[in-house]
Design a protein around this ligand. Structure first.
Ligand code: 13P
Length: 340
C-alpha cells in the first residue's frame, strides 16, 4: 500500500472543483434508462452511448473521474481506443464499480446488504491492469416508517464497505465509499439526518478499525433531504445546512473529498443543492458531485438513440458538467439553466 499514490489520486479526482461522472449503471439499470427513451439495450448501444459521453469536448475541465461498469471498462471507442485509455489521455481518472448490487439482508426484513466481496481481491488486480485507479462500492440504506434501517443493518453495511475499502487500498486503488440513504419514501428531512448521522458514524468507525487511510479515499454520501413522498419538502438552504451539519459531525477532515450522489433529485435540484452547500464554505474537504442520473438524464433525453442528435446530446452534457463545476465553487445560479 502506497499512501502517496492513494492520496494523490484521491486529491486529483476532486482537484480544481472537478467532480465525478457515475456512468457505472449495471446492465439492468441502463436498460431501465434506455427504456425511458425507447432505445434497445444492446451491447453496441450501451457502448455508443458511453462513447458519446466520454468523447464530449471540454468535460475534462469539470470531470476528474468517471466510474465505469465492468462491461464498459472492457469496451473501446469506434476507432479501437479502450475507454480507460481515452479517459486517462484526457486527464480523467478511470474508475470501476465493484459491488454486485444490494440484496435483502437475511433475517432482517427491510435491510439491504451489497454483495461482491468474494473474489474481490482478484477482480481488483484485473481492473488495475485494465487501467482503473479508483473503485466504487454502493451500500443501500432504506428508511421505512417503522424500524428500518436497524442498528445491525447499518453496522453490517459499514463492515462490508470497510472490507472493500481495505482491499482497494492494499492495491493502491482509491476506494469511493458510498453509503446511500435512499430518498424513496415519506420520511422527513429530520429522519434522514438522524439515519445519515448513524450511518456515517458507523462507516468511519469501521473504516478506522480496518486501517483504511482516510487521506486515500473519497466519501460518496447522500445529501440530507426529505423523502420524495414527504409532504413537507425542505428548502434548498435547509438541505444545505442539514447536510453540512451532518458532514461536519461525522466526516474526518483527513478525507480529501466528499462527492455527493444525486439519488433521484432532478438535475437542476442536484446542482442547486450542491451550490448552496459550497456557498456555505470554505469547508475542510473538497465538496463535489458524483452524479449518475443528474448528469445523464438530460443527455439521454437529448440523444434518444439517434445519431443526428449527437451534437445536441454532447452540448447538453457539457452544460450539465459546467453548471455542476460552478456549483463546486458556489457560483451557480438557477437562471443559468435557461441561458444559452
Ligand atoms: P445517482 O447520482 O443517479 O444517484 O447515481 C450515483 C451512483 O453512482 C449511485 O451508485
Amino acid at each position: 500500500m502506497n499512501n502517496d499514490i492513494l492520496s494523490s489520486v484521491a486529491k486529483s479526482i476532486v482537484a480544481k472543483q472537478k467532480g465525478v461522472l457515475a456512468a457505472d449503471e449495471s446492465n439492468p439499470t441502463i436498460k431501465k434508462r434506455f427504456d425511458s427513451i425507447k432505445v434497445e439495450s444492446t451491447e453496441e448501444n450501451r457502448r455508443r452511448y458511453r462513447e458519446i459521453l466520454f468523447t464530449t469536448k471540454g468535460i475534462e475541465r469539470y470531470i476528474g473521474g468517471v466510474i465505469l461498469f465492468d462491461e464498459t471498462l472492457r469496451q473501446s471507442t469506434q476507432d479501437g481506443t479502450p475507454f480507460a485509455r481515452l479517459l486517462s489521455s484526457r486527464g480523467i481518472v478511470p474508475g470501476i464499480k465493484v459491488d454486485k448490487g444490494a440484496k435483502a439482508l437475511a433475517l432482517y426484513p427491510g435491510d439491504k446488504i451489497s454483495e461482491g466481496l468474494d473474489g474481490l481481491r482478484d477482480r481488483l488486480v484485473e481492473y488495475k491492469q485494465m487501467g482503473a485507479k479508483f473503485a466504487k462500492w454502493r451500500a443501500v440504506i432504506e428508511i421505512n416508517e417503522r424500524d428500518v434501517p436497524t442498528t445491525f443493518g447499518i453496522r453490517a453495511n459499514a463492515h462490508v464497505l470497510a472490507r472493500y475499502a481495505a482491499l482497494c487500498q492494499e492495491l493502491d486503488i482509491v476506494p469511493i465509499v458510498e453509503p446511500e440513504v435512499l430518498m424513496d419514501g415519506a420520511h422527513s428531512i429530520e429522519r434522514c439526518e438522524v439515519v445519515t448521522s448513524r450511518v456515517l458514524e458507523a462507516v468511519f468507525s469501521e473504516l478506522d478499525a480496518h486501517r483504511v487511510l482516510f487521506e486515500g479515499m473519497l466519501l460518496k454520501p447522500n445529501m440530507v433531504i426529505a423523502g420524495m413522498k414527504c409532504v413537507q419538502q425542505a428548502s434548498v438552504q435547509q438541505i444545505a445546512e442539514a447536510t453540512i451539519r451532518c458532514m461536519a459531525r461525522y466526516v474526518p477532515t483527513a478525507v480529501p473529498g466528499i462527492v455527493f450522489l444525486s439519488g433521484g433529485q432532478s438535475a437542476e435540484d442536484a446542482t442547486d443543492h450542491l451550490n448552496a452547500i459550497n456557498a456555505m464554505g470554505p469547508h475542510p474537504w473538497q465538496i463535489s458531485f458524483s452524479y449518475g442520473r443528474a448528469l445523464q438524464a438530460p443527455v439521454l433525453e437529448a440523444w434518444k438513440g439517434q445519431e443526428n442528435n449527437l451534437a445536441a446530446a454532447q452540448k447538453t452534457f457539457l452544460k450539465r458538467c459546467q453548471l455542476n463545476g460552478l456549483a463546486c465553487g458556489g457560483t451557480y445560479a438557477r437562471a443559468m439553466e435557461t441561458a444559452e
